[in-house]
Design a protein around this ligand. Structure first.
Ligand SMILES: C[S@@+](CC[C@H](N)C(=O)[O-])C[C@H]1O[C@@H](n2cnc3c(N)ncnc32)[C@H](O)[C@@H]1O
Length: 216
């Protein structure tokens, strides 16, 4: 098992460099539709933790006026993102960037972004990754730009389903720094302190949320 599979928490299939995530196959339409309903559809979108790249290409194919800039710290994931982009012949998805939001990242290439997206990342990383993501998004987004997060969240200290409580426990058993984040206690206060207003949260299949913030 590679480190990437550890982080993904699922077994991915592959076809040459292209990786296939079973969960992405299940949830990609709902995530695409939540994105299209709430995010800018022109300009630059910076994605953090793109994984296989399936969400990137699925959304970018439906929003041809976006310039999608995927990124991931994992080299196999970046190869998969590039392979998916080439396979689908998408001209609006850039070569993936190596980004680890736990470390200082170069921001100039992404200045003036319209949106920042991170799908299924902040619970499978220490809370400092959420902090780095929010700080980086605050630095590069234009005023009014949006931050889109997707994943499991608890609300006000309460899990929204027994399965999410079990998932939280299993994440913490793998790494005590990981865990389902609480929208009101963990994420919204950090986003507010960094200059974001909560726009909306959307209930998604399988007890997940899409959460959208706007840069003041
Ligand atoms: C569970 S996978 C989700 C991948 C994809 N977004 C999806 O939903 O299919 C989590 C991804 O976050 C990336 N990741 C983990 N820690 C990160 C960090 N500190 N900065 C950026 N990406 C990170 C991992 O490499 C992995 O690709």
């Amino acid at each position: 098992m590679t480190g990437e599979e550890d982080i993904a928490l699922e077994t991915r299939q592959s076809d040459q460099a292209r990786l296939f995530s079973p969960s992405a196959a299940r949830n990609r339409d709902a995530i695409r539709d939540a994105f299209l309903a709430t995010m800018p559809l022109t300009g630059m979108i910076v994605e953090v933790g793109s994984g296989t790249g399936e969400h990137a290409v699925h959304i970018a194919a439906a929003a041809p006026h976006l310039r999608w800039r995927p990124g991931d710290p994992d080299a196999a994931s970046r190869a998969s993102i590039a392979a998916w982009t080439a396979h689908l012949g998408l001209g609006n998805v850039d070569a993936p960037h190596a980004v680890d939001v736990m470390r200082p990242c170069r921001q100039e290439p992404f200045d003036g972004a319209e949106g920042v997206v991170s799908i299924n990342m902040i619970h499978i990383a220490p809370i400092e990754a959420a902090e780095g993501l929010i700080a980086g998004a605050a630095a590069i987004l234009r005023p009014g730009g949006r931050l889109f997060l997707y994943g499991p969240f608890s609300r006000g200290g309460v899990h929204n389903a027994p399965s999410n409580a079990e998932f939280d426990a299993s994440l913490k058993s793998r790494d005590p720094r990981w865990g389902v984040r609480d929208l009101e206690r963990d994420v919204a206060p950090r986003a507010a302190a960094a200059g974001f207003d909560l726009v909306t949260s959307i209930e998604m299949p399988a007890n997940n949320l899409s959460v959208i913030f706007a840069r003041r």
